[in-house]
Design a protein around this ligand. Structure first.
Ligand code: 5RP
Length: 223
């Protein structure tokens, strides 16, 4: 059973004709984009903005209309994945390195629908290393400041080279182990110069659609 796929395909049922849609990034969002591509071929009329170059490329290949964000004043809904989802629907995102564009697009969407397999649900955030987008300048100082917040920070690599985001920055993966107060941590991280943004998404998700091993789909709404 492809749990990511069933969650993604369920989420695409929320997309109606005429909507402006944000396209997420990652292996779960991949299935949502595939399904949207099928629906566009069947006549669904939508305008979309992608959260990464990879998702934009996929959408174009599938014939999904990508619109420059400057031509739109906002989005009706974004469908995106997550690395961890807690009971308040606070999230860790950025496993795919696209957290900054994902956060911008989510902020300008009337609704954020998160899609995931059941392994992403947690009681407390922080087992997954928190991705943080950092400016290359003086990055060693920035990492030291991050470690001062109680984590082990490591620059992400890709084939032994430093991973570079779509925005030309680095990603620091920060092992906190357990994040008891996500909003406080989020704000402390943003107080460090050199940090562009971090993968904590607090109070942004409206719905989480979870695919289970037995083929069922669970829909969780933010309280
Ligand atoms: C990319 C993300 C992804 O949504 C997140 O990493 C989940 O990925 P996947 O769907 O492949 O498990 O935040 O920056």
């Amino acid at each position: 059973m492809n749990m990511k796929r069933i969650a993604a395909e369920h989420a695409v049922q929320y997309i109606k004709d005429g909507m402006k849609v944000g396209l997420g990034t990652g292996s779960t969002a991949y299935w949502a984009i595939q399904k949207l591509g099928e629906r566009v071929k069947e006549g669904l009329s939508i305008q979309t903005v992608a959260t990464s170059k990879a998702s934009e490329k996929l959408a174009i290949e599938l014939g999904i209309p990508i619109i420059p964000f400057t031509k739109l004043d906002g989005l009706d809904v974004t469908i995106d994945g997550a690395d961890e989802i807690n009971t308040d629907l606070h999230l860790i995102k950025g496993g795919g390195g696209a957290l900054l564009r994902e956060k911008i697009v989510a902020y300008h969407s009337a609704r954020l629908i998160i899609i995931a397999d059941e392994s992403k649900r947690v009681q407390t955030l922080g087992q997954f290393p928190l991705p943080i987008e950092v400016i290359p300048f003086a990055v060693d100082w920035t990492l030291k400041a991050l470690e001062g917040l109680g984590c082990r920070a490591q620059l992400r690599t890709d084939d032994e080279r430093l991973f570079i985001t779509d925005n030309g920055n680095y990603i620091a993966d920060c092992r906190f182990g357990s994040i008891a107060l996500p909003l406080e941590l989020h704000n402390k991280i943003l107080g460090i110069p050199g940090i562009v943004d971090n993968g904590l998404f607090i109070g942004q998700a409206d719905l989480a659609i979870i695919g289970h091993r037995d083929g069922s789909v669970e829909v969780l709404e933010r309280k």
